[in-house]
Ligand binder design. Sequence first.
Ligand code: ADP
Ligand code: ADP
Ligand code: MG
Length: 452
Amino acid sequence: MFKKILVANRGEIALRIIRACKEMGIPCAAVYSEADENSPHRRLAGESVCVGSPISAKSYLNADAILDAAKKTGADAVHPGYGYLAEKAEFARACADAGLEFIGPGPDILALAGDKIACKKVMAEAGVPVTPGPPEGVSDVREAARAAREIGYPALIKSSGGGGGRGIRICRDEAALQDEFPIARAEAGAAFGDDRVYIEKLIEKPRHIEFQVLADRFGHIVHLGERECTIQRRYQKLIEESPSPALTPDLREKMGEAAVRAAAAVDYFNAGTVEFMLAPDGRFYFIEINARIQVEHPVTEIVTGMDLVKEQIRLSSGGRLSFSSKDVPIRGWAMECRINAEDPDRGFLPSPGVIEKCRIPGGPGVRVDTHIHQGYEPPPFYDSLMAKLIAFGPGRKDAIAVMRRALDEFQISPIKTTIPLHRRIMDDPSFIQGDMDTGFMERFSPGEEEDD
Ligand code: ADP
Ligand code: ADP
Ligand code: MG
């Protein structure tokens, strides 16, 4: 087992990883930026190293400073969490070169998963159903128009290097595509340092269904069931649950098999997520693989009883998977609301300031993953995620009832958060019925501006 793990992240996920280390009896050290000097992750870790100034590029994305911190603290492994360096192949390679274990897939897998065009091609060749569209990407507007004509409108322009819901554009017709194409390319280049784009058929009224997978170094791959992440805003998840109300045992088996096949096609290692669009006709399509722990991993932990962060650490230290997908018991229902410091009544404007009042819910069926507390002022430089509220019970209705009660208990003020929005969604008849698609939020809170 590792001698010491450096936790290369901040916020709730840093706390989550530090807690796993403590429970496993593995010493750990944190990194922090100048803006996070008084942050809870620094305190909880005990040992910590400052890696730079507030902006992420100078601290949490500063690979050299993080490698130095590992050296200084005597760590022999690095857990990158999600975001930041988690999917950067060069960083994983630099860790290996420095004799450090990067807790996640190796650089080759990260490079392939991060290249959505190349990855989709591998999936199609492996017999995983992928969203229709040319597998090579498109290099100019004429090729883009030809591709879109072939698959039919509406079509999407997506960025090969995209992530976090950015770099996706809908084109309803060819005129729109002509307008959008140059913008999409320029944006992709600026945002991801990679201006390659591809055309994909827009799946109408889809549900977002993803499968959690685990893989060891000995070729064993299992899936731990699905998460439904259909409630989104601007292609970013707001609410996630497991299991999905849309899956029959038969469909679950088919999609689970496709997820394992997808992971096998890239010789996957460690924890990962295979994302699909599920169409109303029951057909499903691979969209991407996320090669890291995900924000919404707790809902899977609750219904499977497994600790995914500990599994990541165990697998990276050479552990084996000694069970198969069908041996994983799925018990009960779990749901997660992402609580962001944004004002849902004012176009989701960021809501900065000191948290003067902070009452965190508890009781049966509640888990809260958060780094905030009374008197905390979220630094304006980072993600607006303040907390993940997870509610669970024997069935979906029970989980919703717990979620309502917990949202009512949850107080964060005077800053504005998405708590009231989540509370309203929990009373929505379609949501309660499990009758949803990714357009849910547009119908639920119409009228907010479309541009970025
Ligand atoms: P999840 O499914 O785990 O929620 P997200 O897409 O929401 O994944 O991403 C998790 C975190 O990583 C978010 O903070 C998001 O902004 C960030 N992220 C993911 N991919 C990228 C990317 N390519 N560029 C910048 N940030 C990213
Ligand atoms: P990211 O890397 O930013 O997470 P994804 O490819 O995973 O990008 O897509 C994010 C979201 O965008 C999906 O959950 C879905 O809501 C929407 N989306 C992506 N591709 C399609 C598609 N082909 N048809 C319909 N919606 C899509
Ligand atoms: Mg995605």
